[in-house]
Design a protein around this ligand. Structure first.
Ligand code: BDR
Ligand code: CA
Length: 315
């Protein structure tokens, strides 16, 4: 089987953790690297969390690189209230056996992609887009070289989750998002319009808990934590599971409906900072270089997660 080469840029994060378990268990990926960015918690913690998850999954073959510790122009802002102070909910932190790989995530990104055939490496970006924006500044040719860049981020019909207008990843570093969207990268954005359709209901969490592997237990613990926190903070019974969506799309594109569009990000206003303005009208936009996810098959996404964390790792 021809495996899809993939780099995952992330800020674990409870839903990043579920996405990583999905990717670690999916034999369809050639996982080149995990690059960590500051986001939900500071980058020292997101890099450690990625290494903890890698160890639980038995995937020490995948290097973890530490990346940007702050947004391009803004103060770092966390989302610890949704992920726990350490970033992985109820999971007790431990120092993983294998350290971060040598070098900065931005250099690793450039080296890994530029050394491979054009369009052969996909990215899943699950946190603020700082690392990719810095890499594009240093090597603009990266935009042409990269395959699809599947991003969790953005808010439109659903409204925002960090402010009324904005989704957290884009809000945290709107300048980076604006640069990536203007770079020529083939960006596919999985915003709240799609990810709010993918919810960890009680039955779905219980089904993952019943699997009985370490990967399944970890994924289930993340969703249990989110269930509790979303009930407390937002009043929702079934928390959205955002970050697995772009990874699931790379595995099985038919699980999502996408619409061609041109996306711009608000970087000036404080009120609407990080809002994603999505234009679907070609004549008005003058070209539709991006894609926006409008619908998700949530049963299909959870079936993929269950298959990836199960004993057979059947995807
Ligand atoms: C996104 O923000 C983060 O808190 C989550 O990990 C996810 O990537 C959802 O808005
Ligand atoms: Ca994330």
């Amino acid at each position: 089987m021809n495996k899809q080469a993939l780099i995952i840029d992330c800020d674990p994060g409870v839903d990043d953790a579920v996405a990583l378990m999905l990717a670690f268990g999916a034999g369809a990926f050639d996982l080149l690297a995990i690059t960590a960015v500051g986001g939900n918690v500071p980058v020292q913690k997101t890099a450690r969390n990625a290494r903890m998850l890698r160890q639980i999954a038995g995937r020490e073959d995948v290097p973890v690189f530490m990346g940007a510790d702050r947004p391009l122009r803004r103060e770092p802002a966390g989302a610890g209230e949704f992920h726990g102070a350490e970033g992985l909910g109820d999971l007790t932190p431990f120092e993983p056996e294998t350290p971060c790989a040598e070098g900065h995530a931005v250099d690793a990104l450039i080296d890994l992609v530029m050394a491979r055939p054009e369009r052969s490496v996909a990215m899943a970006v699950l946190g603020p887009m700082t690392n990719l924006a810095l890499a594009l500044r240093r090597e603009p040719g990266l935009a042409e070289r990269l395959g699809p860049v599947a991003v969790m981020g953005g808010a439109r019909s659903e409204g925002g989750n960090i402010t009324a207008s904005a989704e957290f990843n884009i809000w945290a570093d709107p300048d980076a998002a604006a640069e990536v969207l203007a770079s020529g990268c083939d960006v596919v954005l999985f915003g709240l319009d799609a990810t709010h359709q993918v919810r960890a209901t009680e039955d779905r969490i219980a089904a993952v808990e019943a699997i009985g592997t370490a990967m399944a237990d970890t994924a289930a613990s993340m969703m249990r934590f989110s269930q509790r926190i979303e009930r407390e903070i937002v009043g929702w019974d079934a928390p959205p599971v955002h970050d697995p969506c772009p990874v699931a799309w790379l595995l099985q594109p038919a699980l999502f409906e996408l619409a061609p569009c041109r996306i711009r990000v608000e970087t000036q206003s404080d009120l609407t900072r990080g809002h994603t303005a999505v234009e679907f009208r070609d004549a008005v936009a003058g070209g539709l270089p991006h894609r926006w996810a409008t619908a998700a098959d949530s049963d299909g996404v959870f079936a993929l997660i269950a298959a990836a964390v199960g004993p057979g790792r059947t995807i």
